[in-house]
Every structure is written in C-alpha cells, then in structure tokens.
Design a protein around this ligand. Structure first.
Ligand SMILES: [Zn+2]
Length: 592
C-alpha cells in the first residue's frame, strides 16, 4: 500500500477538514465559508460520500485530504504527505519516508544552527554585525522577528552542531559546512550575517548569508537539497502570508533587507524572490494566495532586464492562475483574473533605501503601480527606436502575447490604443498585426480558460469552429468518420453548424444557400492548406477537443452561476464536466 493510500485509509476528508473549518451539515453535504479566500456566503463544501472537498468560489478548486493540506499550508505534495504521515502516526518505512526523514533532519539541524547564529549575533562577537544592522536601519525588533543571526569566523557552528550529535558529513551534505582542499571542515557561512529562509509554516529550510567586508560574493545561500530550493521559496512568506491573503495583494521585491525594512515600516505583504529573476514556482506560489501581485524590483539595468526575462516565463503562471494540484480537481476558468502590476522605483534606489528615505511614499508608489503592459510598452519604447519600422515591429512583437493574454476585451482595447499612440501607428494597423498572427490564439495555452475572450467581435468558440470548417473546406477532406464521435450541438454558430452538417451528409458540399456560400468564401480566405495529411488530421483532432473544451467551460460556468449547487445531481454533472475538462487539458498538454 502506498503512503497516499495509507493516509487516506486513516483519515477522511470530513474528519480532517473539520479540525480546521467550522462545517455545518446541510443535507448530504457539509458547508462553510471558504478557509482559503474571504467570502460571506459559504461556497466551501465537503462531500463525505465522495470523500472530497471543494470551493465553488474564487478558489474553484478541490480534492482529497492531501490537497487540502497542500492548499491550507501552501506546501508541496511531498510536504503534505509528510505532515499527514506524522500527524496520523504512520510509521511504515518506504522510499518516501526515507526522504522525509532526511527533510526532517535538515529542518532540525537548520533550527539548531539558527539558534546558534542568533545567540552569536547578540554576543560580543556579533558587535560588528549589530552595528552593520543599525547602520542599515534594521531595528533590534526586526532582527528578532526575522531571526537574523551571525556565523562567527572559523568552524564554530560545525563544532556546535557536531557536539549535538550530528556528523560533519551530514552538515556538509546540508550545506552548512564546506570541506577545504586539505580535507578540513569549515563553516560555509563563516563570518556572515545570516538570514534564515522559512516556509509558510515557519520551518527553516535554508539560509542566506551576507559578507560584511568587500569580499565576493556578497551573498551566498544554502545549496539545493531535499528541503531547500531557492527558486521555490519566497523570503518573508512566513511573516507575510496572512497579510497577503487578507489584502489580496502581494508585493514582490528582490532582497532580504527590502523585505525586512518594508515589514519594519508596517508594509507586511512584502516577500522577496532572493535574486533578480522570479521563477515560475515562485509565481505560482503567489498566484496560489493572491490575485494581485505587484513587482517592485531595483531600478538598475540588470533588474529591468531580469524582470522582462522572468515575466516572459512566469506570465503564463500568473495568467492561468494556480497550478493543478496532483490530487485535486481544478477548474481554472472560474477563477478571477490575475492582475500583475509593476512599480518603477526612482533611479539608484531599491525598496529598502526608498522606504527608509520616506516610508509614507511607499504606499503612494504601490498604489500607483502600473499594469504590466503599460510598463512594458514604456520600457521597450525606451530601449528600441520606436521611430523606425524595425523598432516598431520589435516592440509590437514583444508586447503582443501580453495583450492577447488579457481576458477583458475592454482592457485589451485600451492596451491596443496605448500601443498605437506610443508607436505612432494606427490602431487598425496594430489590430491587423494581431489578425495576421491570429493562429497564436489557437495554440496559446493561456487562453484556453478564457470564455470571455473576444477577437474582432468573435468568441473563441467561434474562431475555433471557423478554423475547423475552413480546414475541412480548403483541404477537401473526404473522411466523414472523423466526426462520428463528435457532437455537432457543441457548435453554437448556426452557419458553421449547418455547413458541417451538410458536409458530413453530402460529399460535395453542394450548397446553394447564399448565407452559406458567403461563409464558405470568407473561410476559404484563410487558406489553411496542408500538404502533410498526418499533420492536418492532428490539427483537426486538436481543434475538435478544443471546441469541446470551450463548450464545456461555458456549460460549467452557466451551471455554477445559475443553479442551486445543493442539488446533488447538478453537482455531479458539474464534477463530470470538470473532470472531462481536466482530461482535455492533459490531452492538450500532451499534444503540445
Ligand atoms: Zn475558496
């Protein structure tokens, strides 16, 4: 029996959730306001028969006991298993429990080390570091709140932990001790100011260390191990998570001291990426707890460069909001739009120095944060010469994916007109650019969720349908069996529906109806001729399931917003639909 099964045998969703949520029985189900987002009417449901939980509100997610803990503590699948294993007193040894043991040992050693660092900071040997903190404007209280510490020179930490019964080899494996060429051990963070890096549960996963003299590198951090991966942690999340959830806003900065100073001045929704580039894991962590992120990176060239590169990757996460949990059902389409903004700091400043200079101005600058697209257009216009055709094209090309990602058609219009005035190009010209590249709409994963998506007054469903019909017409496809397993009722455009119907039932598509011929002519303009038949069939197959998905998402949204979710048959119907959407997503991601 796997550990997952063992856990599920030991605790039901109802029992586990009841420990944390005040559930009220309602018919067959148990309900409550959602513990993960703020709401007045309960949309959080536990179904004891199916042994499942689900939020029908903003989270629009659900699952089993493991995914509940993952969501509650914003932790990984493995951490959730480990938590439940300990909680339920499961002692079976297997491969994963060996890993858990190591993770537990790392956390334990980190905790002991942090205590040692802290004691050192406030001992006589830490005087220089305390002076440094004072000069940087970091108060004693902040140093205590963030468990700052000091690793004295030499191998004092190694000795200390070694005396607690841990081998130097395991210390070295967990990155606290290094081995010199002469095979002698010394403290990895020797003579550095220490920033413990914690997860949301306030467990110490690793450390950052800053040197106080001119040596390089200025900052080092724990090497990747089973418990720590810098790219998947947000510094300060342990102190910020509640504030981020309560305000539904997360401010992302670069460095440790940016976070500490922000918190010291009362801005407690601030976390750091601990480096210039935000990773996709970090982006997804933020999207998991908030719908609004504001990026406030340093104003230097490297900072803006990194922002651009990072956004390119992480945008997908923000745009499609939270990732699927391996053991939950998720319907992304119902989730609210994620809003990403950027703060531009004055030259030569970082959030740390900015706040210390005038802490009240921080609120203003955050409130004035610009939507990412505005920032991008400005940034690119400064970089490329927007007076030349080449410059215009470069800027437009870079910004286009961000604009087409925008789900709200009115905001999308705003962006297009913004781009038009910035480039001094007519809006029609820019829209034409979108039309020429309209194929990106069919391949961009980020738009799958988007039922409100409109392009030239056409819904995504219609665009997909027209594309499908056009492929069939342009390529003289004769194999009608392609649509045996497919329900024509999923198409809502009557002309396309009729065309397909006639094509399926009449080999020549001998239409005389003026409406239909006009449509055929316009679709033929798409000129989607394929020379590779295999490829063509693949594209058609993909379009068929994309259309099905679009149809299901619409149906799902209609059911959720218009019906009483207490009716179990409707709930079952919704769950069936959502499972099918989930399967389609897997199918589509395999096809990409
Ligand atoms: Zn919720």
């Amino acid at each position: 029996m796997s550990l997952t099964e063992e856990i599920k045998n030991k605790v039901t969703v109802l029992d586990l959730v009841s420990e944390f949520v005040d559930l009220k029985k309602q018919g067959r189900l148990f309900k409550s306001v959602c513990p993960f987002h703020s709401e007045n009417t309960p949309s959080f449901i536990v179904d004891p028969d199916k042994n499942m939980w689900r939020c029908f509100g903003a989270c629009s997610t659900g699952g089993d006991v493991i995914s509940f803990i993952m969501k509650k503590d914003s932790i990984s699948f493995l951490d959730s298993l480990n938590f439940l294993k300990n909680k339920l007193g499961i002692t079976t040894e297997n491969f994963s429990s060996q890993k858990f043991k190591e993770i537990e040992e790392i956390k334990k050693i980190n905790m002991l080390s942090a205590e040692f660092f802290k004691t050192s900071l406030f001992s006589t040997s830490g005087e220089n570091v305390r002076n440094y903190l004072k000069n940087r404007g970091i108060s004693k209280q902040s140093a205590i709140d963030f468990d700052l510490g000091y690793n004295p020179p030499g191998n004092k930490l190694s000795d200390y932990i070694n005396n607690k019964g841990y081998s130097l080899d395991s210390l070295s494996k967990y990155g606290l001790v290094s081995k010199s060429k002469g095979e002698t051990f010394y403290d990895f963070f020797s003579d550095r100011l220490i920033f413990p890096i914690k997860n949301q549960k306030k467990e110490i996963l690793g450390f950052g260390g800053r040197i106080l003299n001119d040596q390089l590198p200025k900052y080092i951090n724990t090497k990747k191990n089973l418990a720590f991966d810098k790219g998947s942690v947000l510094y300060g999340i342990d102190q910020s998570v509640e504030y981020i959830r309560d305000n539904d806003e997360c401010v992302l900065v670069e460095g440790y001291t940016d976070v500490i100073i922000a918190h010291q001045y009362g801005y407690k929704n601030v976390v750091a990426s601990m480096g210039t580039a935000i990773t996709t894991q970090q982006a997804s962590k933020i999207a998991d707890i908030s719908n609004n992120a504001i990026i406030a990176l340093d104003a230097d060239q490297a900072g803006t460069e990194a922002t651009l590169n990072a956004l390119d990757k992480s945008w997908g996460i923000f745009a499609s909001s939270n990732k699927d949990h391996p053991s939950g059902i998720t319907n992304k389409s119902v989730r609210k739009n994620f809003i990403l903004k950027v703060v531009e700091l004055p030259d030569e400043t970082d959030p740390d120095s900015f706040i210390r200079k005038d802490f009240k101005a921080w609120k203003t600058i955050i409130d004035d944060a610009k939507p990412i697209i505005e920032y991008l257009i400005k940034l690119l216009a400064a970089r490329f010469d927007s007076s030349t055709p080449e410059g215009k094209e470069l800027i437009e090309e870079t910004v286009r994916p961000f604009i087409s990602n925008e789900r709200n058609p009115y905001i999308q219009d705003q962006y297009i007109s913004m781009l038009s005035s910035q480039l001094d190009v007519s809006e029609q010209r820019i829209r034409a650019g979108f039309d020429n590249k309209s194929r990106i709409y069919f391949d961009s994963k980020n738009n799958f969720n988007n039922t409100n998506f409109m392009h030239n007054g056409k819904t995504r469903l219609l665009l997909l349908t027209e594309h499908l019909v056009s492929l069939i017409i342009s390529n003289n496809i004769t194999n009608k069996d392609l649509f045996n397993d497919w329900d024509l009722e999923m198409i809502d455009d009557t002309i396309c529906k009729q065309l397909l119907y006639e094509w399926i039932n009449d080999s020549d598509l001998n239409v005389t109806d003026a409406n239909l011929t006009e449509k055929i002519d316009s679709l033929k303009l798409e000129k989607s001729v394929f020379y590779d038949n295999q490829k063509l069939l693949e594209v058609i197959g993909k379009l068929k399931i994309q259309i099905e998905r679009e149809y299901l998402v619409m149906k799902n949204n209609a059911l959720i917003s218009n019906t009483d979710l207490n009716q179990s048959e409707i709930k079952d119907q919704i769950i069936t639909i959502q499972n099918r959407i989930k399967n389609i997503d897997i199918l589509l991601s395999n096809k990409n």
